[in-house]
Design a protein around this ligand. Structure first.
Ligand SMILES: Cc1ncc(COP(=O)(O)O)c(C=O)c1O
Length: 407
């Protein structure tokens, strides 16, 4: 595709208006919004206002005066149209790993007598580690099977099936509706990690019958580095499920200072301690970047951007790179992986030329497409630069081979 043709696609892009909501450095093509979303233009002002006008001026009165005490649910409600849930089914809290632990433990407790947690081999590590820890602690069996075998692994001993919806390497995704139906038919619950789905593709947690879900706030949701996570508990399960980390913020009446725990009604029972207000302020700016955005447009653009990138890279790099994502766009979410034996060095050479993606061991170069701010012209240019680097072996330089702590 010529740059002019790409520009025409940008001009007819129904999401073109959203790019202005971000502050992006000049000369950089950022293809890592699936790891850390770009800075929303409104975030610094929101942080300053929260710090100076609220924390600074109103001090502790801000918990009531500015409603801080309800921000975990008020801001979570903004996620409802993005993930297809009711506002009262969502909560912002903790990190994804901690939310996973809480909901996994709650699910197991809600299925007494069942001793198995089913998950996928090569799931995201934190999902596996949390499940391993919980299984060790409670003497449960963790059954990790290849993705293709998950459905057949579910049986009458399964308490919960926990899966990452969109694979963090390949971007392949599960059929949520089919998995939920199979788990429910066996009497089990489902817990989805939406870290690579929320804000990238269309999902409908309620319509597809999901029970529980968690996800990162800092990827496609643009909540900032280390942003708090979100959790979802279907309304029909909220009274039945109990948080394993019973803190005062999840109590029915925290300011009664009662000696005994009584869970709050609804989703609030999954709160534990005092919410991080500054982090919530940044995450709110991130969620506001989705205002007036249709998720169907987001998904369509995610597919178009990733397919354009694949086509352009394959045309330029031929056999030097191997596509490690499903070739069928309807089976991928919003990122793409290419394998190269020296993938780390190639990615560092790309970053040195202003194209930012990331690397996942052992050999995957990962490129994320954030439909709110990535443009078609940038995709063509990024593929062109990658083609040049591969052809010239520019990556074959010791400075690109020293592994940093974060890849
Ligand atoms: C699928 C998935 N789950 C969880 C996480 C991270 O969890 P946490 O926010 O606890 O660091 C990531 C981070 O990349 C992820 O890709």
């Amino acid at each position: 595709m010529t740059p002019e043709e790409a520009q025409q696609l940008d001009e007819s892009d129904p999401l073109a208006f959203a790019r202005d909501r971000f502050s992006l450095p000049e000369g950089i093509i950022y293809l890592d919004g699936n790891s850390l979303g770009a800075l929303p233009r409104a975030a610094p002002g929101k942080l300053v206002e929260t710090a100076e006008a609220q924390w600074g001026e109103d001090l502790i009165a801000s918990w009531n005066k500015h409603g801080w005490i309800d921000w975990s649910t008020r801001i979570a409600a903004k996620l409802a149209p993005i993930v297809g849930a009711r506002p009262n089914e969502l909560l912002i809290a903790d990190s994804t790993s901690v939310c996973l632990f809480k909901l996994l433990a709650a699910a197991v407790r809600a299925r007494p007598g069942r001793r198995t947690i089913v998950t996928q081999q090569r799931n995201f590590p934190t999902d596996l580690y949390v499940a391993q820890g919980l299984a060790d602690m409670l003497g449960l069996r963790l059954r990790s099977v290849p993705a293709a075998d998950v459905l057949s692994a579910i049986d009458e001993d399964t308490a919960v099936v926990t899966l990452t919806h969109v694979d963090y390497r390949s971007a392949a995704f599960y059929d949520m509706r089919a998995l939920n139906a199979a788990a429910h038919a066996a009497g089990a619950l489902t817990l989805w990690d939406l870290s690579h789905s929320a804000g990238a593709i269309e999902i409908d947690l309620d319509d597809t019958g999901c029970d529980l879900a968690v996800g990162c706030g800092y990827k496609y949701l643009n909540g900032g580095p280390g942003a708090p996570a979100f959790l979802f508990v279907a309304e029909r399960l909220q009274d039945e499920l109990r948080s394993p980390v019973q803190g005062w913020m999840g109590h029915a009446d925290p300011f009664a200072f009662d000696d005994n725990y009584r869970p709050a009604a609804g989703i609030t029972r999954f709160l534990t301690g005092t919410p991080s207000i500054m982090a919530l302020a940044a995450l709110e700016a991130g969620l506001d970047t989705f205002a007036d955005v249709a998720m169907s447009d987001v998904e369509a653009k995610a597919r178009a951007l990733s397919q354009l990138f694949i086509d352009e890279v394959e045309a330029r790099c031929g056999d030097e790179l191997r596509l490690a994502s499903p070739p069928d766009p309807s089976r991928r979410a919003s990122h793409v992986c290419f394998a190269h034996p020296e993938g780390y060095a190639v990615m560092q050479a790309l970053i040195a030329r202003g194209v930012i993606g990331d690397f996942r061991a052992p050999d995957l170069m990962r490129f994320g497409f954030a439909p709110l701010y990535n443009r078609f012209v940038d995709i063509v240019r990024a593929a062109e630069i990658l083609g040049e680097i591969v052809a010239s072996r520019e990556w074959d330089d010791p400075r690109f081979k020293a592994r940093a702590k974060v890849t």
